[in-house]
Design a protein around this ligand. Sequence first.
Ligand code: F6R
Length: 365
Amino acid sequence: DKGNHRHFMLKEIYEQPDAISHTVSHYLDLANGKVKLPAKLPFDFKSLNRLTISACGTAFYAGLVAKYWFEKYARLPVEVDVASEFRYREPPMDADGLALFISQSGETADTLAALRYCKAQGQHIASIVNAQESTIARESDIVFPIQCGPEISVASTKATTAQLSVLASLAIAAGRQRGTISEAEEFELVDMLAKLPGAITKALASEDKIDQISHALSKADDVLYLGRGSLFPIALEGALKLKEITYIHAEGYASGELKHGPIALIDETLPVVVVAPSDQLFDKTISNMHEVAARGGKIILITDEAGAKSAGDDVSEIIIVPDAHEFVMPIICAIPVQLLAYHTAVFMGTDVDQPRNLAKSVTVE
Ligand code: F6R
């Protein structure tokens, strides 16, 4: 049932404040500002020497964001790969490694094969799934359910942000066990996750603005998405969402890679979506945007108030997200990239919930 929404995708986009609030309530002890995982871990983060994450599509991008979190807050080396590559490369794996699989459906063939490979390599096996009765869940030593309710739209939205919320909680738990964050820091990070539903509600308020921007975007043949740090995977996610439901070619790049190739594409016909809240590296992003604008590229900037103030004349359109710490920004910035893809698709008249050639669950290679 779509309720009063035109598509399941929009319904699921709007379910995100509640879905995330539900998800984090299973992972956090909000009254005491601590992480409280739903099950006892069959391993100890302290003795792990590596975390290996495998997944496909959007779930892979969630894993890429998690790499930034686990490395920063838990000082744990992380490897992330798409499951279809991982499973055939026969990567060497030391004992005391944790292998983590992210899958909404829990049935993705490549992700399952990667899991079985890691099991044969003696890794601890954990998974983050939505479907708790799934094969990936059954074959894991520990399952972290995302608790967001069924996702009907083929393009993943609420499952992605719920996966990210679980990954963020796990990164805090890992940091505490490894002694890389203090109790006070844990308190602050937990508080940021607790406030996420409110921040996401605010991010959803830019829908009308995004709807207007989408009309021009629908005319593009190609769109470039740029982001740095933990927002780089959100640029990849934005490009994937746009491709999936509008069939417009889009690519995500790390902003710093602009000079190393994609800048050759820039002309008046290429919209560039820059996902960049103000942070220590914002100056570098401003100079990237200048390079784009100097070649006639049209910039759509997703940023916070402070970023909007310092962005200058190079930017054609600005989508404002609420101010927040960089820790939670990837989850907040996922919202405008979902809405941008959604409204562009609606404007173009494509089949939003059932895009051509795609299936919700990919159980064959
Ligand atoms: C993107 C999308 C796909 C899936 C991918 C993995 O919107 O839906 O990229 O994320 O097929 O699926 P799961 O998470 O079920 O393993």
